[in-house]
Design a protein around this ligand. Structure first.
Ligand SMILES: [Zn+2]
Length: 142
């Protein structure tokens, strides 16, 4: 991988923080499972990971598997990489997917033509094993 001027990229790809509160999400992704937090008090699904339910303020939150199905809530086509490490990836689709469980998740839409992506398009989860210890959660059309 080289930079725009042909030299090596000075910075490695940014990696998600996979410690503490978000660790169960990333550990599940490595097993190719999609999980979200669920409130033990009011049963609402929660994403992004938090210490307290945003609906009832309970701290009794558990991790549970979700369907992995949802719809494109919003998207944009990225032509200008936000980080030099993504230069070879552009253009790509950055999206917010609303899962059937109701939570919204930032992600990429893959395995389709960028021109075919539209709001409300049904999608399902796919797992991108970027490295042995790092898997990203992405979505493809159903
Ligand atoms: Zn709650």
């Amino acid at each position: 991988m080289t930079s725009a001027d042909g030299g090596p990229i000075a910075k490695p790809l940014p990696r998600p923080e996979s410690r503490g509160l978000t660790a169960p999400f990333w550990e599940a992704a490595k097993r190719h499972e999609l999980v979200c937090q669920r409130c033990g008090q009011c049963s609402k699904w929660i994403f992004y990971p938090r210490e307290q339910c945003p609906s009832c303020f309970s701290t009794q939150l558990d991790w549970a598997p979700v369907t992995g199905r949802g719809r494109v809530f919003a998207f944009t086509i990225v032509n200008q990489p936000a980080h030099p490490g993504f230069e070879s990836e552009v253009p790509y689709a950055y999206a917010i997917v609303q899962l059937d469980e109701g939570v919204r998740m930032p992600t990429n839409i893959v395995e389709c033509s960028l021109e075919d992506i539209e709001v409300d398009m049904p999608v399902t989860v796919v797992f991108d094993d970027v490295s042995a210890d790092w898997t990203l959660v992405k979505f493809r059309p159903m």
